[in-house]
Design a protein around this ligand. Structure first.
Ligand SMILES: Nc1ncnc2c1ncn2[C@@H]1O[C@H](COP(=O)(O)OP(=O)(O)OP(=O)(O)O)[C@@H](O)[C@H]1O
Length: 261
């Protein structure tokens, strides 16, 4: 599904990626963790073809970026990020914003097909926003906007769903509701790559974890092997302890205040 090899990215003096190798196979669902500025969003932007590496290769869904039409590949990729919300038109009705996902447009300037409208309404129903379909996007709460983005991303039946901190800014209730919706994606044949700062968002749906540290992959593999006290304490440069409950990892700091040794 995703094969990244020897990725380097340099901007001026900054070495943002320093030799990233990452392989994501069909049937795996990945979470990417890492400290602020480690390079997570940069990796997602490369998976979606919005950014190109200084060197290295990226193969997505059987296409090598640089040797294919990125816009065509993007039709099979759903991308959810805060920067996307900022590009959408706040006065448009919610169902219309969702419908634009069908064509990877940001806005419609023509009549919308009835089948597309019905699909948008059905997806809004599935994420519990059916009753808000006619409201302008700008009237939705942050949690509702995230769910709207999920419905929009699913419009094109993507093979790959890439999410950059979708639960950021949500209260506990809204976060759990969104995670429940994500859990249901298991029924679809879809590969997910999910960036977060919060371990407790790693619901049973996810199978693998990669940790990015200073522009390299510090650890990657099945979640139980990666989410250990030792690996996480090293990645965050802080002593932490992981505990598993209800199929999810929960983290707590092992010492209060101050940096690790
Ligand atoms: N055009 C650029 N020029 C110089 N540095 C850049 C450029 N774009 C990104 N960076 C730097 O690359 C690093 C990685 O950024 P990125 O957004 O991928 O981090 P991140 O892991 O997603 O961080 P966060 O968790 O804070 O969102 C950051 O230190 C950022 O300042």
């Amino acid at each position: 599904m995703i094969q990244m090899e020897k990725l380097y990215l340099t901007r001026g003096e900054r070495h943002i990626l320093r030799g990233v190798d990452l392989s994501i196979k069909q049937g795996e669902q990945w979470v990417i963790l890492g400290r602020n500025g480690s390079g997570k969003t940069t990796l997602l932007e490369m998976m979606t073809g919005y950014m190109f590496p200084s060197s290295g290769t990226i193969d997505i869904l059987g296409h090598r970026f640089g040797e294919c039409d990125v816009r065509e590949v993007r039709k099979d990729i759903g991308y959810i990020s805060q920067s996307l919300v900022e590009k959408l038109t706040l006065r448009d009705p919610v169902w219309e914003v969702v419908a634009t996902g069908e064509y990877a447009f940001l806005r419609f300037y023509q009549e919308i097909d009835e089948t597309v409208r019905l699909k948008a309404l059905q997806l809004l129903d599935e994420v519990g926003l059916g009753h808000m379909a006619e409201q302008p996007l700008g009237t939705l709460s942050q949690g509702e906007r995230k769910k709207m983005l999920l419905a929009r991303a699913l419009m094109s039946d993507p093979k790959l769903l890439i999410m950059d901190e979708p639960c950021a800014g949500l209260d506990l209730y809204e976060r759990e509701k969104l995670l429940t919706d994500l859990g249901k994606l298991k029924e679809r044949s879809i590969t997910i790559v999910y960036v977060t700062h919060h371990l407790e968002e790693i619901i049973p749906l996810f199978t693998h974890v990669a940790i990015v540290q200073d522009g390299v992959i510090a650890a990657a593999g099945p979640k139980q092997q990666v989410l250990t006290n030792e690996i996480l304490s090293r990645a965050y440069n802080y002593p932490v302890e992981v505990e598993w409950a209800h199929g999810r990892p929960w983290i707590r700091v092992a010492a209060a205040g101050g940096e690790q040794g």
